[in-house]
Design a protein around this ligand. Structure first.
Ligand SMILES: [Fe+2]
Ligand SMILES: [Fe+2]
Length: 306
């Protein structure tokens, strides 16, 4: 990556002080332009979301298409803060064991503070949507709460693979949406703030893995190469797929759901959403022949030549 871990940390620590956001000070929630209205056609998004290209979606009335957009964004945001909540717990467990003078300790706390602001910002959007949004499925929340602190304490490399598993797909989606053009100004503001701060979090997680992978034991690397595709494939789907409460709310039929998962657009999105983590793990020698098979089975492998 070019920059050493200590230099990257001091750069990130400096940037975290110079450029950070407050969920309530930096978003004009009460601006009339920012109001969330389920009939607002600016909430309709068809160019990025593969599910909005299905014939089922096209058959919905315009107000229902807008409402689907409102719910879809709210669902992603609630799932996003469920992930960020687990991430913060892991980061705090990690910081708890750092020595005096540790730059890692300082950066981890900058990140926890930013993730708390993101959580407030996402939940405020959910509240204002007025919709019964669930977020991450209960089984994943249960499993996450049960394991995350132990993972952060005992296997930091695996913890940061989990971190990238949630952060990269969210970042990929938000960048794709910003590039395609978001019409609703509240959504655009939220995503711009998030993408700006996530750039630092992603950089930290990648450099952490890079700096610590070489010194890990053979056994630990072997386990990591097998567990990583499973974690990344699961996390990418949690972040990208429409949650079951959203599908039930709009009566999306199972055929539409399954057929959309088979479309080229969906498959490309899934692979693209983990592409930088995939490249990092390949470069670090953490993808062997058996591991590559798991990446393929998870639908997240892409040959480097492509
Ligand atoms: Fe975040
Ligand atoms: Fe983050």
């Amino acid at each position: 990556m070019g920059v050493s871990y200590p230099r990257m940390l001091s750069r990130l620590n400096k940037l975290s002080v110079e450029n950070h956001f407050d969920a309530y000070k930096d978003i004009s929630w009460d601006d009339p332009e920012f109001v969330l209205d389920s009939n607002d056609s600016r909430l309709v998004e068809t160019s990025v979301d593969p599910f909005a290209q299905s014939s089922w979606y096209q058959s919905l009335t315009s107000p229902m298409q807008s409402k689907f957009g409102l719910y879809r964004y709210a669902s992603c945001m609630k799932t996003g803060w469920h992930f960020e909540n687990l991430l913060q717990r892991g980061l705090l467990a990690l910081a708890f064991r750092e020595e005096n003078g540790s730059d890692t300790f300082r950066y981890v706390h900058h990140e926890v503070i930013e993730e708390s602001q993101h959580t407030l910002m996402f939940q405020e959007y959910v509240n204002r949507s007025g919709l019964p949004v669930r977020g991450m499925a209960r089984r994943f929340r249960f499993f996450g709460e049960l394991t995350i602190e132990a993972i952060a304490k005992h296997d930091r490399l695996l913890f940061f693979v989990f971190v990238l598993g949630g952060e990269e797909p969210a970042d990929f989606l938000q960048k794709s949406l910003l590039q395609a053009g978001i019409e609703h100004p509240l959504l655009e503001r939220i995503m711009r703030i998030h993408v700006t701060e996530e750039a630092r979090h992603l950089s930290f997680a990648r450099h952490f893995i890079e700096a610590n992978a070489q010194s890990a034991s053979k056994l630990r690397k072997g386990i990591l190469s097998i567990v990583s595709p499973l974690v990344l494939g699961t996390m990418a789907r949690i972040m990208i797929d429409p949650a079951s409460d959203l599908r039930n709310f709009f009566d999306m039929d199972k055929r539409t759901y399954r057929n959309t998962l088979k479309t080229e657009k969906y498959k490309l999105m899934l692979k693209g959403s983990v592409s930088r983590t995939r490249k990092l793990l390949v470069d670090l020698g953490l993808v062997g022949p058996f591991s590559k098979l798991l990446w393929r089975l998870e639908g997240i492998w892409d040959d480097p030549a492509r």
